[in-house]
Design a binder for this molecule. Structure first.
Ligand code: HEM
Length: 191
């Protein structure tokens, strides 16, 4: 199969051979991967909890997420680079591992969820304001026209809280799958 040919080529490349054969290299890269993942996810969950109104309620959400964004992106890039390095060391087996496949699928879904949130919901930041949310949930919208009331109610329910909840859930599953890859791997292909 063509894809397996490419994966075998990757497996045999000098870099992958070194990662596989130098005793301390794989654990070192994996530690870096876990460190990057921890900080990356920490920054995401922090913002998700703010959106859900669980933590950091007093902080301005736009400023808060803007401050964290450089950390999120830097750590994401490190997680992807180290993840790819780990992958190349045993490319054929990882690619055929069901947990790895699901992990990548959920990574993509989480990315789409983040994009949807950024593009669609984040403009509606007023809906995350607890006093505003309280007004809407209690139906206390006096002084607003009917159309504005409807708009505010819709924007509250589509305010991104679902997206934040989904984000936490998806990332937790990605972590679980990431862990499970190691437990379920086939023995290394010896050629
Ligand atoms: C950015 C989001 C990511 C998260 C949250 C994540 C999470 C994890 C976790 C929790 C582990 C287990 C570490 C351990 O047991 O010590 C792991 C290992 C691993 N990850 Fe990731 N990862 C991410 C991205 C990637 C990417 C983009 C790739 C490759 C394309 C990748 C490939 C791997 C590989 C090959 C392992 C080693 C599995 C093993 O044999 O133990 N990861 N990841």
């Amino acid at each position: 199969m063509e894809l397996d040919g490419l994966l075998t080529w990757l497996y045999e490349a000098a870099l992958s051979t070194n990662i596989r054969e130098i005793e301390w290299l794989f654990p070192m890269i994996e530690s870096l991967h876990v460190l990057a993942v921890t900080v990356f996810l920490g920054s995401i969950v922090w913002v998700d909890l703010r959106i859900l109104g669980v933590a950091n309620k007093d902080r301005d959400i736009r400023r808060f997420s803007k401050e964290l964004l450089p950390i999120t992106w830097t750590m994401f890039v490190i997680a992807v680079i180290t993840g790819l390095a780990l992958f190349t060391s045993n490319a054929v087996n990882y690619a055929h591992n069901i947990y790895f496949q699901f992990k990548i699928l959920l990574l993509i879904l989480s990315g789409i969820n983040m994009l949807v949130f950024q593009l669609w919901f984040s403009a509606r930041t007023e809906a995350y304001d607890p006093s505003h949310a309280a007004r809407i949930s209690t139906g206390n919208l006096a002084g607003m026209g009917k159309f504005r009331q409807k708009l505010h109610q819709i924007s509250f329910f589509w305010s991104g809280k679902w997206s934040a909840l989904l984000s936490i859930l998806l990332w937790m599953i990605v972590i679980g799958l990431g862990q499970w890859i190691g437990f379920s791997m086939l023995p290394t292909v010896v050629r």
